[in-house]
Design a protein around this ligand. Structure first.
Ligand SMILES: Cc1cc2nc3c(=O)[nH]c(=O)nc-3n(C[C@H](O)[C@H](O)[C@H](O)COP(=O)(O)OP(=O)(O)OC[C@H]3O[C@@H](n4cnc5c(N)ncnc54)[C@H](O)[C@@H]3O)c2cc1C
Length: 387
């Protein structure tokens, strides 16, 4: 058996950022990953809006400065529209911040974090590798890999995504609510400049977001009922561009498809216990959220940051796999996670409701919020991760 202090299963954004955040510690880390990340030739279809709080985290762990700046677009303002006359606008200028976040490709960050982890002297990489079984002993967690290698550590971290094998192997429950919706994603070249504004439309047929990319390019996420998503995917490139341009009120003129559209099924996933003796979950293994707030990986980075902080601060005599130690991590992350899940779920349901009167009320709510600087500012501060 090979001995470590910490085994991280899953080297996606949450797992790899946790590993890199621990690079200056004495912890001996094993990172187990089935499929190492790679950069696609063209623009990546999976694009994230990263909050300023997480940009700061990535700067602190030394990853941000190595990213290709020509592939990153700051968000200077955001315009949100209801399905009636409702409108809400935020700007970085009004909020006194340089930007409301940055938009960049998932694989850009994933490859940088992966390369940093590979160079880390306190880390051993097992990849491609897949776990076969996990046992919890009094003083260690023991992970058997399918290739016959056995790893032992005081703590195992499940960073293996929403269908987490680790969570399942540890017997931790996950409550899933399927929305019956898919997120349709694609990248486009735009006729008009976006001026680094992000747009979101709460429509009768779902929620459409335009995220600015460098140059005259955008990425979209259209969260919409399964049947409508399937219909959008079956359109020709020209018809799809026309539908997306029309749904976005032609704010950026005509659109030209850069990456073929793809779709992901959406669900809310609550995990009541994210720690157990010798086990902690981070990222999508610990929570699932509707993409309308764009907070999935933002929550995951905050999990990694918080767990890393606890591990860095642990005294030499402390057992990092002890449940009481891990519960402090769980408590610290619960409030933000539950609040974010509840708010996005409520917004999604509010705008999906066909009940008479609700439509008027939600549009009225958006417009009223737009005229209340304090409420608006609080929303911006929350989105920036300033609370
Ligand atoms: C349509 C859509 C749009 C989204 N938009 C945004 C957005 O704008 N902003 C945002 O913040 N989030 C967004 N998200 C959410 C975001 O994609 C996830 O939150 C994020 O990828 C989670 O990262 P993770 O590292 O926790 O998990 P993952 O990215 O799933 O990584 C898990 C890793 O574990 C590995 N793995 C899995 N099982 C095993 C195993 N058994 N053994 C070894 N390795 C394993 C995988 O290969 C993978 O590398 C979006 C999601 C969708 C579906």
């Amino acid at each position: 058996m090979q001995h470590f202090d910490l085994i991280i299963v899953g080297g996606g954004l949450a797992g790899a950022s946790l590993a890199v955040a621990l690079r200056e510690t004495r912890l001996r880390i094993a990172l187990v990953e089935a499929n190492p990340p790679r950069r696609p030739d063209a623009w990546d279809a999976r694009i994230y809006a990263i909050s300023p709080a997480n940009i700061e985290f990535l700067e602190r762990i030394g990853a941000w400065k190595h990213l290709d700046a020509s592939r990153i677009a700051p968000i200077r303002a955001m315009e949100v529209y209801g399905d009636g006359s409702g409108h809400l606008g935020f700007s970085a200028y009004d909020s006194g911040v340089p930007n409301l976040g940055c938009v960049l490709e998932s694989s850009l960050m994933a490859c940088e974090l992966w390369e940093s982890a590979k160079r880390q002297s306190n880390l051993t990489l097992f990849s491609p590798a897949v776990p076969a079984s996990l046992e919890f002993r009094h003083d260690a967690a023991v992970l058997h890999l399918k290739d016959g290698v056995t790893l032992g550590a005081r703590l195992v971290v499940g960073a293996d995504g929403r269908d987490s094998w680790v969570r399942e192997a540890a017997g931790l429950k996950a409550w899933n609510t399927h929305y019956g919706d898919k997120g349709v994603v694609a990248n486009f070249a735009t006729e008009k400049a976006h001026h680094n504004v992000a747009f979101q439309w709460f429509r009768g047929d779902g929620i459409l977001a335009y995220l600015p990319l460098p140059g005259n390019r955008i990425s979209i996420v259209w969260s919409t009922p399964d049947c409508h998503a399937d219909q959008l995917l079956s359109l020709s490139a020209g018809d799809f561009c026309e539908r997306v341009a029309e749904a976005g009120q032609r704010r950026l003129g005509a659109l030209e498809l850069l990456t073929p559209p793809a779709a992901f099924s959406l669900r809310l996933m609550r995990v009541p216990q994210t720690v157990a003796p010798r086990l902690a979950l981070v990222g999508d293994a610990a929570h699932g959220i509707h993409p309308l707030s764009g907070h999935g990986i933002n929550l995951g980075f905050q999990d990694a940051m918080e767990l890393a902080r606890r591990l860095v601060e642990a005294q030499a005599w402390q057992d990092i796999g002890d449940e009481r130690f891990l519960q402090r991590y769980q408590r610290a992350r619960r409030e933000e996670t539950v609040l974010m899940q509840t708010t996005t779920d409520a917004l999604k349901r509010l705008f999906a409701s066909q009940v008479t009167g609700v439509g008027m009320l939600r549009n009225f709510g958006l417009s009223v919020t737009n005229r209340l600087p304090y409420v608006k500012n609080s929303l911006v501060r929350y989105a920036l991760g300033a609370f």
